[in-house]
Design a protein around this ligand. Structure first.
Ligand SMILES: NC(=O)c1ccc[n+]([C@@H]2O[C@H](COP(=O)([O-])OP(=O)(O)OC[C@H]3O[C@@H](n4cnc5c(N)ncnc54)[C@H](O)[C@@H]3O)[C@@H](O)[C@H]2O)c1
Length: 371
C-alpha cells in the first residue's frame, strides 16, 4: 500500500503526540523523549491528570496535555500519533487520527479483534495515511540472527516456542477468559511468521487453567499452526508456571532438514548444523525504539514497514483462530477466520468510504499479504 510521506531529519524531527498515559504509555514517553528523530508535542489521556503526572515523572513538566488526541495534535502542530491506549480504544483513536491526516504508530494489537483491524486497514487506504503496528519484538537483533540461521536449515519441520512464567499482574489480565492467548501470545505468533517467512493455514488449540492458577481464565495454552509449506509451529505457554521460567521472549527451537537452531530468548541464538554460520545483519536497534525508528524511516521513504497494518492483520488472526479452536475443539482454517472477520467488518462499519474499500476486497489473500 502506498501512503503519504513526511520528510523529517535530526534538524527537523517528526512532531508526535502520544495517546495513552498508562504503563506502556510511560515507556513510550521515555523512548520518544530520548529519540533525536522525533519531537514530542503532547500526551493525551482520557484521564488528563494521569497524562500530566506521566509528563511530570518523565521530567517534562511543560508538556501539553489533553483528553482528546486529535485535538491535542492539532493544537500542538503534531504530524503523527503514537497510540498506546487500551486495545478497545485502538480502533476509534486510530480511525480519528487517520481521517485527521495523522499517520499512526500503534501498540499491539492492531485492534481488539480482526474485524476492527480490517476496518483500520481500509481506513488507511481511504486516507492514504500510514498505520503501523509496533510489534516491538520484531526489532530484536537476536531474533533477526535466528531468522538468518533458520534460512540456512533447508525446509523446517517444526518451529516451537516455550513460554513459561509465573506473573501476578492483578487487574484485568487476571479476569480475562484467555489472558495468555489474547494479551501475550501475539508477540510469539508474529515472530513465528517473521522467522519462517510463511503464513499460517490452520490452527488447533487446547487452552486450560491448572488447578493452582490465580487467573480466572485459561492461563495455559498449546497451539499448533500448520504453516504454508507444511512447517508446524507449536506454541506451548503458561502464565502460572513457577520455577525455571523462560525469557519474556520465550525459548525457541527450529528443526530443519540440515540441522537445528535454538534461542533462549535473551542471548545469541545457537546453530547446530553442518552449514556455515550466518553473519548477523539484524537491525541496529531494538524494541519500541526500533519500531519508532522504522516508522520515521517509512514516512521519509514511503517504503511499507514491517508491521504495516495489512501485513500485521495475520498475527492478530492467529490469536483469534487459537481462541476459536480452544472454544470449538476443532482445527480452524485461517481463511475461514479471516472471512468471518471480513463479514463482521462489513456489517459493523459505520463509515461509507471505509465500507466501500472493505466491500472491494474480493480476496483477503491480497489484503493479508499487504498488497
Ligand atoms: N509491546 C509490549 O511489550 C506491551 C507491553 C504492555 C502493553 N502493551 C500494549 O500497550 C497498550 C496499553 O497498555 P497499558 O498496559 O499501558 O494499558 P493501561 O491500561 O495502563 O493504559 C492505557 C491508557 O489509555 C487510556 N485511554 C483509554 N482510552 C483512551 C482514549 N480513547 N483516549 C485517550 N486515552 C485513552 C486510559 O485512560 C489509560 O490511561 C495495550 O494495547 C497493550 O496491549 C504492549
Amino acid at each position: 500500500m502506498t501512503f503519504r510521506t513526511i520528510p523529517s531529519s535530526p534538524s527537523d524531527p517528526l512532531r508526535v503526540v502520544i495517546v495513552g498515559a498508562g504503563g506502556m504509555g510511560r515507556a513510550w514517553l521515555a523512548t520518544v523523549a530520548d529519540s533525536p528523530e522525533v519531537t514530542l508535542t503532547g500526551i493525551a489521556d482520557l484521564d488528563v491528570t494521569l497524562a500530566r503526572s506521566a509528563a511530570d515523572s518523565a521530567g517534562l513538566p511543560g508538556l501539553a496535555v489533553g483528553a482528546e488526541a486529535v485535538a491535542l495534535a492539532r493544537q500542538t502542530g503534531a504530524q503523527a500519533l503514537i497510540n498506546v491506549t487500551v486495545p478497545e480504544a485502538h480502533h476509534p483513536v486510530t480511525t480519528a487520527a487517520l481521517f485527521a491526516g495523522l499517520p499512526v504508530l500503534g501498540e499491539k494489537p492492531a485492534a481488539e479483534n480482526v474485524s476492527r483491524a480490517l476496518s483500520l486497514a481500509a481506513a488507511a487506504e481511504v486516507t492514504g495515511e500510514l498505520f503501523m503496528v509496533s510489534q516491538s519484538r520484531r526489532w530484536n537483533p537476536q531474533l533477526a540472527a535466528l531468522r538468518e540461521m533458520i534460512a540456512r536449515l533447508g525446509p523446517i519441520g517444526t518451529l516451537s516456542t516455550a513460554f513459561f512464567r509465573a506473573e501476578r499482574f492483578g487487574g484485568f489480565r487476571e479476569l480475562m477468559a484467555y489472558p495468555l492467548l489474547v494479551d501475550m501470545a501475539i508477540h510469539a505468533f508474529d515472530a513465528a511468521r517473521f522467522l519462517l517467512g510463511a503464513e499460517p493455514v490452520t490452527a488447533y488449540c487446547q487452552s486450560y487453567n491448572p488447578p493452582w492458577s490465580w487467573y480466572a481464565g485459561d492461563a495455559n495454552a498449546m497451539v499448533v499452526f500448520e504453516m504454508e509449506g507444511g512447517t508446524r509451529y507449536l506454541y506451548d505457554g503458561s502464565w502460572c508456571s513457577p520455577g525455571a521460567t523462560t525469557s519474556w521472549n520465550g525459548a525457541w527451537r527450529a528443526s530443519g532438514e540440515k540441522g537445528t537452531a535454538i534461542w533462549d530468548g535473551d542471548h545469541e541464538p545457537v546453530l547446530d548444523a553442518d552449514v556455515r554460520a550466518a553473519q548477523p545483519t539484524g537491525p541496529p536497534y531494538s524494541g519500541i525504539a526500533g519500531a519508532l525508528q522504522v516508522f520515521v524511516r517509512a514516512l521519509q521513504t514511503g517504503e511499507p514497514p514491517s508491521g504495516e497494518v495489512h501485513e500485521n492483520v495475520m498475527s492478530l488472526a492467529m490469536v483469534e483462530a487459537a481462541v476459536r479452536s480452544a472454544a470449538s475443539g476443532r482445527v480452524e482454517r485461517m481463511d475461514a477466520v479471516l472471512e468471518l472477520a471480513h463479514a463482521q467488518a462489513l456489517r459493523e462499519e459505520t463509515r461509507a468510504d471505509v465500507r466501500d474499500i472493505l466491500a472491494g476486497w474480493s480476496s483477503l489473500r491480497d489484503v493479508r499479504a499487504g498488497r
